[in-house]
Write a protein that binds this ligand. Structure first.
Ligand code: B12
Ligand code: SF4
Length: 426
């Protein structure tokens, strides 16, 4: 009996993770590619974070996803399969912004979203007419995508397999971010009823929204939050802190089962502290407190290395975050991802130190900062992280929050990462 055609979807790993791999989420990118795959195909997953790839397996096609820091490994994997004659398709953010680079390692590259083009690509492959590039640009503000597929995942390997997006795109177009160039300059939304139906198909337990801004439009978010109350789901996601100006939204968030929300604060001061997404009538400290008081953990993320950051930024930021009492501070080094305005600016100014993509990961300095050396930026990042996760600082944060046990657990887990994760500088 002939078997179904078989596609292997690969998530490349850049380094080995120890026990932490048990706390990872499966790639939603590949769950969506799987969901768009016609049922005549068998879909297999090789998540390299979790297991070794079987390079000798019997596959008709290999599809590999890549963020920028994964690109080098993705190309190595692609080259090995192609050397055996297995056709390879590359997709995801990095191949989308640099398709001419990606095609050197692939038979075909999908630019942008898989859902509208993937079935055609598979059909073309079977007909022997695979094209080099596939792309369909998004339009309008409706997002119609199939429910993500979970059946090809081993649930016990992950923190949870229950992830989805209710929206894509972002209007803010921050110069350092890949989202607007990749997903478009407007929010596109799924119908709340469709999102709630997918959520209702989940077993009670932990789920995560992987939207860039799940609360970006209160009128879209409220029906989803109301519908989630009583579903038995505990969830996390990321949003623009300004949502907390709306008291009803904060109340609904807590009632819906939200346990943690990630917000981008970006900078303690200067130009990027006054971005439209973070500026408003209440102070950030007030908004953070308003959310925290409901028991929801607030993870606040800042970036070091903007052109208006001098060497005092590290100390000022740690103090600022203390004053705001974020439950979990997160620190990133500014990274000029290809495809962004920031990349083009640094390239024109001759400030990129290299384009070794595997080092473009927010934890290494890959450009010449304006007001300090690359080494100072790296060391300042290390010092700020350590300062924020000293035990007295952790205790201070935890004591201010309801849900002290959960807060403490999050902080201990993060502290482990902070003290164990340093890499090399530029
Ligand atoms: C959720 C998320 C995370 C989660 C990931 C959870 C998971 N396992 O899925 C967490 C918090 C762990 C995370 C971590 C990081 N993230 Co992140 N993350 C996101 C976010 C918000 C959504 C990603 C997502 O799931 N999108 C939904 C899927 C469906 O979209 P997609 O990936 O684009 O996939 C579609 C297409 O690209 C295409 N496609 C993708 N792959 C493939 C493969 C094939 C074969 C085909 C045909 C098509 C295809 O089809 C898909 C469906 O339409 C994005 C922003 C964004 N909007 O994309 C940032 C983003 C991807 N993250 C980013 C970064 C930098 C990171 C970190 C490096 C940050 C850090 N240092 O901590 C880490 C790296 C983690 C790692 N695994 O190595 C950057 C990547 C920039 C870049 N150019 O690479 C983004 C774009 C954010 C940004 N502001 O720029 N992230
Ligand atoms: S608000 Fe967030 S998702 Fe939107 S462009 Fe800025 S950093 Fe990217």
């Amino acid at each position: 009996m002939s078997r179904k055609p078989r596609v292997l979807l690969v998530y490349p790993a850049t380094h080995k993770l120890g026990w932490v791999k048990r706390f990872q989420l499966p790639s939603l990118s590949l769950k969506q590619v799987a969901a768009a795959t016609p049922s005549v195909w068998e879909v297999l997953l090789a998540d390299e974070v979790q297991e070794e790839i079987d390079f000798n397996g019997d596959y008709d096609l290999v599809g590999i996803t890549a963020m920028t820091h994964q690109a080098v490994r993705a190309y190595q994997i692609a080259d090995r399969f192609r050397a055996r004659g297995v056709p390879v398709v590359l997709g995801g953010i990095h191949p989308t912004v640099l398709p001419d680079e990606a095609i050197q390692h692939a038979d075909s590259v999908v630019l942008g979203e898989a859902e509208p083009v993937w079935p055609n690509l598979l059909y073309d492959l079977q007909q022997g007419h695979l094209q080099r590039f596939y792309q369909q640009l998004p339009s309008g503000n409706q997002l119609e995508i199939p429910w993500s597929r979970h059946d090809f995942l081993a649930p016990r390997k992950y923190l949870t397999t229950k992830t989805l997006q209710a929206s894509r795109g972002c209007p803010y177009d921050c110069p350092f971010c890949t989202v607007t160039p990749h997903f478009g300059r407007t929010f596109r939304y799924r119908e709340p009823g469709d999102v709630l139906a997918e959520l209702a198909s989940f077993e009670p337990g932990l789920m995560v929204f992987l939207d860039d801004n799940i609360l970006g439009d209160p009128e879209r978010a409220k029906p989803i939050l109301k519908g989630m109350a009583g579903m038995g789901l505990k969830w996390g996601g990321q949003a623009n802190l300004r949502f907390a100006e709306d008291h009803e939204l904060v109340r609904l968030l807590a009632e819906s089962g939200c346990i943690g929300i990630f917000v981008g604060l970006e900078s303690a001061d200067g130009e990027h502290a006054n971005h439209p997404k973070t500026a408003g009538s209440s102070s950030q400290a007030d908004l953070i407190k308003r959310i925290r008081d409901t028991g929801v953990v607030v993870e606040g993320s800042v970036i070091f290395g903007f052109d208006d950051h001098d060497e005092g930024i590290f100390e000022r930021t740690v103090r600022y975050l203390e004053n705001c009492s974020v439950s979990l501070p997160t620190f990133h080094i500014l990274t000029p991802y290809p495809g962004t305005a920031l990349f083009r600016q640094f390239q024109q100014e001759g400030r990129l130190l290299h384009t070794d993509w595997q080092r473009y990961d927010h934890g290494q300095v890959v450009y010449q900062p304006k007001q300090m050396s690359a080494e100072r930026l790296y060391n300042g990042w290390i010092e700020a992280r350590r300062e924020a996760y000293r035990w007295p600082a952790v205790a201070g944060r935890v004591m201010q929050s309801p849900g002290k046990g959960v807060n403490l657990l999050y902080n201990i887990l993060r502290r482990g990462g902070v003290y164990g994760q340093e890499k090399k500088t530029a």
